[in-house]
Write a protein that binds this ligand. Structure first.
Ligand code: ZN
Length: 509
């Protein structure tokens, strides 16, 4: 039977509909996004303005911002391709920072729940979550949010949640959702693949072809586990991407976010099977055992600032890359710390480029002065005690751009991300990219967009923990991950946790 898909698009002045023929009876799917990665130790609160600054898109928006071009866009594309009537809820994503204010969380939660209520009846729901959101009064935002969603639709409507692996998986989340599925890769280069898989499984659950059952096992561990190198690469390939039974539909390694201080923090294995709880439990235990065998070899090891700067002069190929791992905006840091800039000035090792500093005050000053001007600025070191000492610099304004972008991922997973209102400044032999927005460095676009050619530099310093690695490895294999002070301090034993459940490795044996 032929039916029609009506996709309604609105703007303030007019509304119109796009109609296309589809072969299946049209199912109604509600799609929304709500997430952030809360760093309990970040000095920056997360407010409604934080969501507005990054991505807060209400139903009716026609021009979908590029930043939303991730798993969420894939849900919408798939809904259209598969003849679903997509009812779009709010897309709310904030750049990681400290906990959400209570009002921020409750306002956005209630907004999406009300949208769902007015969209009823729906056949299924897909939510693009992060999974590590903490708010004042809510240590498990996603558990609370999913419960509210479940209360609206009742027990039988399939609810799917797409997670970042740096999520905190709680029993409340597992109980309230039908299927939770996390990206498998870190760096997260598999947004679209994961979204497509979740869409397919939720579609099968909607028709009754699949009866999803989830089970999880707690590995009682925290850490950072990049999947690009051994032994994590083999672990992902062997256990997360291939399964010993056709009844195992998915297996996710929930890495957790070690700077989120909540009782649900910690590595977990989450398995989805077709109507087989025992198989889900058994496979989760098997994979957990395998993870425990490799965890101490799978964590990211860091160099000290001193070791990295000494090593640069021994290298035979340039540029060398230093990652400022603890000042990564993508994990909630302020991105205004000056420890590595200070060292670069002291050591004076040759042409250096560093970015991206968050300093809206400096951006205002240099835009007022104009391209080509020379002025004295005080850069960085402002957000908190672990931002270091502000740097007083004589700079020349090389370039001003508010339309620069960086690109992350390949093919259908390729995302375009705005760099904000930016300036490229030169101080001696150091070139500095500064923005009015907190931006994690993901690709060399952060430099090339301003005429900085990496091959002409001896050292590139990037404010990023690991996501830069995929694109920067094309520029240089000489990468030093450096332990710096900051909101993403990797010396877990020195972090003043209050809520994380003990014992947990590596804090306790
Ligand atoms: Zn992540």
């Amino acid at each position: 039977m032929i039916s029609y898909l009506y996709l309604y698009l609105y703007n303030k002045q007019s509304s119109y509909q796009v109609k296309c023929h589809v072969k299946n009876k049209s199912k109604r799917i509600f799609i929304a996004a709500f997430g952030s990665e809360t760093n309990s130790f970040s000095p920056l609160p997360t407010t409604i303005e934080s969501f507005q600054k990054n991505c807060l898109i209400r139903p009716g928006t026609i021009n979908w911002p590029a930043i939303a071009n991730d798993g969420h866009s894939e849900f919408l594309n798939l809904a259209q391709k598969n003849g679903f009537t997509a009812v779009r809820g709010t897309f709310a994503y904030a750049t990681p920072a400290g906990p959400l204010t209570k009002n921020t969380y409750e306002t956005l939660r209630d907004e999406i729940v009300a949208q769902l209520r007015s969209a009823l009846p729906v056949d299924c729901i897909l939510l693009n979550l992060h999974g590590a959101m903490i708010a004042d009064g809510y240590d498990d935002c996603e558990g609370d949010f999913l419960e509210k969603i479940r209360q609206v639709v009742g027990p039988d409507i399939p609810v799917g949640g797409l997670l970042d692996p740096h999520a905190h998986l709680s029993d409340r989340m597992v109980k309230a959702a039908t299927i939770l599925l996390a990206y498998k890769e870190y760096p997260h280069t598999d947004f679209a693949i994961s979204a497509r898989k979740l869409f397919k499984l939720i579609d099968q659950a909607t028709t009754g072809e699949l009866k999803p059952v989830m089970r999880s096992v707690d590995c009682k561990s925290i850490g950072a586990f990049p999947t690009t190198s051994s032994p994590m690469r083999e672990f992902v390939d062997q256990y997360l991407l291939r399964y010993p039974s056709r009844q195992i539909m998915d297996c996710s390694l929930i890495h957790s976010f070690p700077w989120g201080d909540t009782k649900d923090a910690g590595v977990k294995i989450l398995v989805v099977t077709n109507d087989d709880p025992q198989l889900a439990e058994d496979y989760a235990k098997t994979v957990a055992d395998e993870f425990l065998k490799i965890r101490s070899h799978a964590t990211q090891s860091l160099d000290t600032i001193d070791i990295a700067f000494k090593a640069i002069n021994q290298e035979k190929k340039y540029p060398v890359i230093i990652a400022d791992t603890a000042d990564n905006a993508g994990g909630g840091a302020s991105s205004d710390s000056t420890f590595l800039l200070e060292q670069a000035r002291l050591k004076n090792i040759g042409r250096t480029a560093i970015g991206i500093f968050w300093d809206p005050g400096v951006v205002d000053l240099v835009y007022a002065a104009g391209k080509g001007s020379k002025l004295k600025i005080r850069l960085g070191g402002k957000a908190s005690w672990f931002s270091g000492t502000p740097q007083d610099l004589d700079v020349e304004v090389l370039e001003l751009r508010d339309d620069a972008k960086q690109y992350f991922g390949d093919g259908q997973d390729r995302r375009e991300i705005s760099l904000g209102k930016c300036a490229a400044l030169r101080s001696g032999n150091i070139d500095i990219i500064v923005s009015d927005s907190r931006i994690q460095v993901l690709s060399p676009d952060c430099f090339t967009a301003f005429g900085i050619r990496p091959e002409e530099y001896k050292l590139l310093i990037v404010k990023s923990s690991n996501h830069f690695q995929a694109a920067f490895s094309e520029v240089s294999k000489n990468i030093y991950y450096v332990a710096t002070p900051g909101a993403l301090n990797m010396d877990f034993e020195s972090i003043p946790y209050q809520k994380i459940l003990r014992p947990i490795w590596p804090l306790d044996q």
